[in-house]
Ligand binder design. Sequence first.
Ligand code: SF4
Length: 224
Amino acid sequence: MSNLVAPKAGEQYRVLAATTENLQRIQERWVGLKERVEHKMQALAGKSRAAEGRLVEQAARAASGSKRIFWLRKAADAMAATAGGLAACRQGCSHCCHIAVLVSRAEAQVIAKETGVALNPKAGKYTMHNASQGDATGAAKETFGKPCPFLRDQACSIYDSRPLTCRQLLNMDEDDLLCQLIEGSAPEVPYMNTLDHSVAAVAILGGHQDYDDIRNWFVSRAPT
Ligand code: SF4
């Protein structure tokens, strides 16, 4: 297995060229990947995840939107604490800060309040009813390789306030090779299935609201 391929602090993030060598490294990693990830998921199945369920229940009972988000964050963090040791994700890795990061209005409002960064009044172009697969593909292309406005020196500058999406993304491979962005191809990463957390967040925060990429919610915070 390769070492971390993400740039270190002080280095520039780079989308790699689609050279035969780069593509071959990615291709080779897929050999036996399914079995390796399944093995990890079996190990995870033996761990108790009851705390996550309790925290989601607390979110559902909370009296305000900000309190609901507080408990949903705790639930996502509990999930990451249980599964994180099996994942490839490490401090200083910022690949997933260079892809689409979908955030609900309820969350964006809380992040705006906590960070003091103004919300873009024109953001919120997706809803549960109007979003299509084409939108997802378009958003993925639009944000490919583009840093999140809160990324500073390859680290999250709003770590305690980061979106649920950022907390839920866990690459279950051995290192970050498959997260590496290669020109002209969407990364295929064996992320842990955290659909239960995503569905709970929609149910608790409300399916009626609008969503957008973090770069559109916070345009005033220009990436460096
Ligand atoms: S909010 Fe933080 S963790 Fe999430 S994409 Fe932006 S910089 Fe990365």
